[in-house]
Each structure stands twice: as C-alpha cells, then as structure tokens.
Design a protein around this ligand. Structure first.
Ligand code: AMP
Length: 510
C-alpha cells in the first residue's frame, strides 16, 4: 500500500462527481485526476525518473499541486514541496540538498529557471498540458511498488535557526496521519470539502490525504491564498468548507465575520470545521472566535517531524463549557492523538510526574524516519524511538498537554524561568491590544529581560504605562516586561508563525 492507491480507489468507487474545484468551478473528477496523474507518472518514468528520485514543487496553491503529488507517488517518487515565499536562492539550496531532478513551479513564485534542476515545468504552460494529458486507462499505468517505510515527502523545516533540514516522511507516516484525522480531528464525509487557503507545502496540503481517503472534495481558491471574503463566498456556493488555519489566519476570518456582521449561523453555512494549530492560540483569541463563528474549531499540535499528529483538542471538549476545567483545557493543546504516545521528560529523557514542566516527546508511527542525509541531527532529535520536539510543556492528570514555549524561546531573567506565552496571554487581555510577541533581550544585570512587542488595535490609546498597569494587576512583578515596543505589525513567515528570531535580532546589542 502506498499513497497513490488512495486515488485509484476513488477513481474506481466514485469516478464522476467533481473531486477538485478551482474557485467554484469544476477542475477534475476523481477519474480525471487519476487519468492526469497516471499520465504524468508514465511520462516521468519514460524520462528516466526512478522510484526514490525527488521532485520539487515550488508554486502557489493550485489544483495542479494535487495532480503532481499523486503523479509523483504513482511513479514511486519523493515529493519536495517548498514554501512559496522562499527566495529562489533558498529554493535552489533545497534543490541541491535534496538532489531534486525535476521541479514543478508557477511563474509568480519561480519566474526564472532554478539552478540544479534537470527540468523545470511551469504548471500553467502548454508543456504542462502535454505532460499531464490524461491517459485513456489510468488503471493500466503501473503503480510503483513502495514499502511503508519508503520516503514519500521531504518536508523542509522553516530554518529560522540555521539551514533548513529535510524531514523524511514515509508512506507509513502519512497514512497514519490520514487515518487518524477522522478519529481525532474530524470525521470526513464524501460531501465534505477541504479548502486550501494556507500553503499546500505545509499542513494544509498534508490534509489532502485524509480528504482523499474519504473521497471528499478539494477546493483551491482562485486567489491561491487566504482572502476571507472569498472563502466565505466559496463555502456558501460549494457547501460548508473544512480548512487548516494557523491562529493568525483564524484571526483574519474572525475579523472578517465580525466586520461583515455575520452571525454564527452564517459562519456555519460557510465552514464546517476550522482546524487550527502550528503556533500558539491564545485563550482570548479562541474565546472570541467561538463567540463570533460558533463551535466549529478543533486544535491540533504537531510538527513537521510528526506531521499534524501530536495532540488534538476536540470540538466536543471545546464546546463543554460546563466542565470545571474548561478554560484550562481551552488553553491546552488537548490529548495525545490515537496513534501516538506523548510524554514530558527532563533533559536526560526521564518521564516527569504529572504537572511538571519539561520537554514534550512523541512516539508512534507518525514520527519521521529522520533528517535527510543528516545523521547527527537525527540522533539529536530521536532518542530510543522518541521524538524530542523542542517544545516545553506539562501534562495534567487527564492527559491534556499545555505548551509553555519552544525551549529556545524561554527567557531566563535573574535566574527565574519566564515563559513568554504566559506574558503574551495576559497582555492580550489588555484593552486596545491586537497582537503581541514577547522575547528576551540580553541584559548585563539580569542576563535577559522581558521585552514585549505590541501591535495596538486601530485607534487604541495603549501606552507602555497603561500596558504595565495591566500587567501589574495580573502577574508576578518579575515576569513583567521591562520594555514595551509599540509596532505596526509582527514579522511572520508564510505559515503565520511569528519570527521571534527576527524580533530578538532587533534587540541585540550593536
Ligand atoms: P512546523 O514543524 O513548522 O509545523 O512547526 C511546529 C512547531 O509549531 C511546534 O514544534 C510548536 O512549537 C508549534 N506548534 C504547532 N502546533 C501548535 C499549537 N497547537 N499550539 C502552539 N504551538 C504549536
């Protein structure tokens, strides 16, 4: 069994209904999708690409993304989806590191040829039409034999602390992720539609797998990104959408719903489920999201090294407002997903008692095979089969995991540990605050001091004094920021994560 079989299965079972939409227009049925992917698989094979060879995808979200992914798997190849916001020189570094042979691009993302590729195909060109021309009988095109532990996807980390690393994801890893989605995240019906607003090179694209498993529908917005008005309209036209969204995207959807005067019932007509994760979701933000858009949220916690599979906070737990620990649970990332065990350990890897803070470890079939051609990094990340996530958190008696921060974001000031997230949660409840990020700045006396970057709401009169007054009433004095910097926006990567390394660099002594 390998991922290509998922497409064959639905090309047989459910050949004719629209499986892929581009905007609200028909792009492909399962049979058409299979005929194009089989055609490309055959042509890649004829061109000499052999199972295990790497194929790069460096493009904005596009229906061809799905066709190329499944064509590559059909031919037994390994896909290397690259963040479309990377500079072409950074993409070339990945081409070289992965030794990718062919690349599929859109011209907006890669206007020039990338060095190192044997062939670069613009998916909107006549050349792509020919390469993806449907074959008459897709079932006659051999699906490459792949073992469960063979590579399917090389996922490059964002590399905010050094060069990106290629996370080796196998067919088993991605099958495991797909199968557990219906159990831990959201059951999927064939009439459901997943919309790709967030980049398909990351979690949003990975969620194509559970939706193809269920024979559901795939929607690529015409804009290729997240335009809240467009997504709400698409949901009204096609039927309620499911989507994966980083907390910053959730915020944009909620802002839109509020500004447009939409009710939770309106939101229910546009969205079935919004899965959020990838970065901290603050309590104040999820409470507002639930108020404005109703109970259609599920949280997941994972990382490229165990894609989309770590913990999940279900819709039911989120809705259980009568539970005595509801707010604590809402501020957590939920419980271990079905195929994995999650534990919190000390620096030596020993499991810590309930409630104690340590590093989060994950064990199970979703955990990567290692880093591509980087045995040292693999040995540092996987110990006795347990993935060391680099995230710090604690488990409660019911198994709910609360994340504190990435270990590298921890601030140590005057010998005390301060978790930026705790300070951020408090500042977000101050009047007039839209967004906030807290980092440590080097300090001769304290080692580090707490600095808050604050984006005020439009027209708000926040000042360092009012913010400090708010913190004084809510938290221990030693955790209070020593400086408040009011800024227009926070630097974020393409996946919506705040770039704390960049904020720290602004504070570094010159
Ligand atoms: P990536 O490998 O790019 O998906 O990034 C994974 C990292 O994002 C994790 O190690 C966490 O630090 C963070 N992350 C993922 N999901 C969540 C979540 N639900 N809440 C807070 N942080 C998260």
């Amino acid at each position: 069994m390998q991922l290509a079989h998922l497409l064959l299965r639905h090309a047989r079972l459910n050949p004719d209904a629209t499986a892929v939409f581009y905007g609200s227009a028909h792009w492909a049925s399962h049979a058409e999708w299979a005929a194009r992917s089989a055609g490309l698989a055959q042509r890649l094979r004829d061109a000499g690409l052999a199972p295990g060879d790497r194929v790069l995808l460096f493009m904005r979200n596009h229906p061809r993304y799905l066709e190329v992914l499944w064509a590559a798997w059909w031919a037994g190849l390994v896909v290397v989806p690259v963040n479309a916001k990377l500079h072409p020189r950074e993409a070339e570094w990945i081409v070289d590191n992965a030794q990718a042979r062919w690349g599929f691009v859109t011209a907006d993302v890669a206007p020039e040829p990338l060095a190192g590729l044997e062939r670069q195909v613009d998916v909107e060109s006549a050349e792509a039409e020919t390469l993806l021309a449907p074959v008459a009988d897709p079932f006659a095109v051999l699906v490459a034999e792949r073992a469960p532990d063979d590579l399917a996807w090389l996922f490059y980390t964002s590399g905010t602390t050094g060069r990106p690393k290629g996370v080796m994801l196998t067919h088993r890893n991605l099958m495991t992720m797909g199968l557990t989605y219906g159990i831990d995240v959201d059951p999927v019906a064939p009439s459901d539609s997943i919309v790709y607003g967030a980049p398909m090179s990351h979690g949003a694209g990975i969620y194509a797998i559970p939706h193809l498993m269920a024979g559901a529908r795939h929607v690529v917005p015409a804009s290729g990104g997240v335009e809240p008005a467009e997504l709400f309209a698409l949901g009204q036209q096609i039927g309620p959408l499911s989507t994966f969204a980083a907390p910053t995207i959730v915020k944009r959807l909620v802002d839109h719903a509020e500004a447009a005067g939409l009710t939770p019932e309106d939101a229910a007509r546009a969205f079935k489920t919004i899965v959020y994760g990838g970065a901290p979701m603050y309590l104040a933000d999820i409470e507002r999201a639930l108020r404005v858009m109703g109970p259609r949220f599920v949280q997941i916690y994972g990382q490229g090294e165990t894609p989309m599979v770590g913990t999940a906070l279900s819709r039911q737990v989120i809705a259980d407002t009568g539970h005595p620990r509801h707010r604590e649970r809402l501020a957590s990332v939920g419980v271990a997903q079905t195929p994995v065990r999650v534990r919190v350990a000390d620096a030596q890897g020993h499991e810590l008692p309930t409630g104690e803070i340590g590093e989060v470890l994950v064990h199970g079939d979703s955990v990567m095979a290692g880093y591509w051609r980087n045995p040292e990094a693999t040995a540092a990340a996987i110990r006795d089969g347990w993935l060391l996530t680099g995230d710090v958190g604690c488990l409660d008696a019911d198994g709910f995991l609360t994340l504190k921060d990435r270990s590298k974001d921890l601030i140590i000031s005057g010998g005390s540990n301060i978790y930026p997230r705790e300070v951020e949660e408090v500042l977000l409840t101050a009047p007039g605050v839209a967004e906030v990020a807290v980092v440590g700045a080097p300090d001769a006396e304290w080692g580090e001091v707490v600095v808050a970057f604050v984006v005020p709401l439009p027209g708000a009169a926040s000042t360092p004094e009012t913010l400090d007054q708010h913190c004084l009433t809510q938290m221990a004095r030693f955790k209070r920021p020593k400086r408040y910097l009011l800024v227009d926006s926070l630097p974020k990567n393409n996946y919506g994560k705040v770039l704390k390394t960049e904020l720290r660099a602004r504070l570094a002594p010159v």
